[in-house]
Design a protein around this ligand. Structure first.
Ligand SMILES: C[S@@+](CC[C@H](N)C(=O)[O-])C[C@H]1O[C@@H](n2cnc3c(N)ncnc32)[C@H](O)[C@@H]1O
Length: 282
């Protein structure tokens, strides 16, 4: 004789026939997943139901879910439908062919498969898509660190602004203003070797009320101490060295220490269902 009460559990407020999960999950079928999300991905695609269970077990609405091997984008698609925020990283071309179109369909409410019904997903939200830039420092044939020749002037200037905590905002009128950290503090980036005459000219243009970080390939004719004495409103740094100084080498523990990145808008702690994907924070 069995008592049915031993076979049911209260799940989300409802008495439901259930049994505890073991570490072997055989109840989620793989058949039919090939077309889930409207994208075919031969190696390693998982059913949305499986990912939904994993996300459900360890996250709440509004949490961040990371998949650094995004593949066909199942994790992001499911996380999005479940009201989680997500970050996906992918190095393959299927970023363009699979992930972006798949997530676009989820957002447009045009993906009826997978966990759309069980999550009650109807569409909404958005995402930002970034392409990783090439390495900023490269090694020349003598083994010296140099600025990667793949960088053009704009990319280099934007990268230096990010590293040094400046907002990248090149001025059309003033050739030496590539960004600013305040109304009076600016950054100028050049791969040139600057001499005393050019630094004199820069200091004259700047005047005594403003300060300028000059990132250059090199400077000649003065020592660092002399430069600091002579042009008090200028801070002069050599680019390969200043980038190198921002890197950490030979550690056992590379704990994340990210500073000065622009902050996204704050996510509400308890987002209402309707507000979950308002704005561009997803
Ligand atoms: C098995 S698939 C991931 C499947 C995916 N989670 C899903 O369920 O659809 C692994 C993916 O990791 C990507 N990958 C491998 N090395 C990587 C790396 N270093 N950075 C980013 N993506 C990488 C591969 O291109 C491949 O698409």
């Amino acid at each position: 004789m069995y008592f049915y009460s031993s076979k049911v559990k209260e799940i989300d407020g409802e008495i439901t026939p259930a049994k505890p999960l073991t570490n072997l999950w055989t109840d989620i079928p793989y058949n039919g997943i090939a077309r889930e999300g409207g994208v075919e991905f031969k190696n390693g695609k998982k059913p949305e139901r499986l990912i939904e269970r994993c996300i459900d077990l360890c996250t709440q609405k509004g949490d961040l879910v990371l998949d650094s091997f995004a593949g066909s984008g199942t994790t992001g698609a499911v996380a999005h439908k479940m009201g989680r925020r997500w970050i996906m990283v992918e190095l393959g071309e299927h970023c363009h062919t699979h992930i972006v179109p798949r997530l676009q369909k989820v957002i447009d409410g045009q993906d009826p498969g997978g966990v759309t019904q069980v999550t009650g997903w109807q569409g909404g939200g958005g995402f930002r898509y970034y392409e990783l830039a090439p390495t900023l420092l490269a090694t020349d044939r003598w083994g010296n660190l140099v600025i990667n020749p793949e960088y053009d002037a704009g990319m280099l200037s934007a990268a230096m602004c990010k590293l040094e905590g400046f907002a990248y905002a090149p001025s059309e009128a003033l050739w030496w203003q590539h960004g600013h950290s305040s109304e009076r503090d600016f950054i100028y980036v050049t791969t040139q070797t600057l001499g005393a005459e050019q630094l004199d000219a820069l200091a004259d243009e700047l005047g005594p009320e403003r300060s300028l970080l000059v990132c250059c390939g090199a400077y000649r004719g003065v020592t660092a101490a002399q430069a600091a004495q002579r042009w008090q409103q200028l801070t002069i740094k050599k680019i390969p060295k200043m980038v190198k100084d921002r890197c950490e080498w030979g550690h056992d523990d590379y704990s994340l220490n990210v500073a000065n990145l622009p902050m996204a808008a704050k996510w509400p702690i308890e987002p209402a269902q309707d507000d979950l994907f308002g704005g561009d924070a997803a």
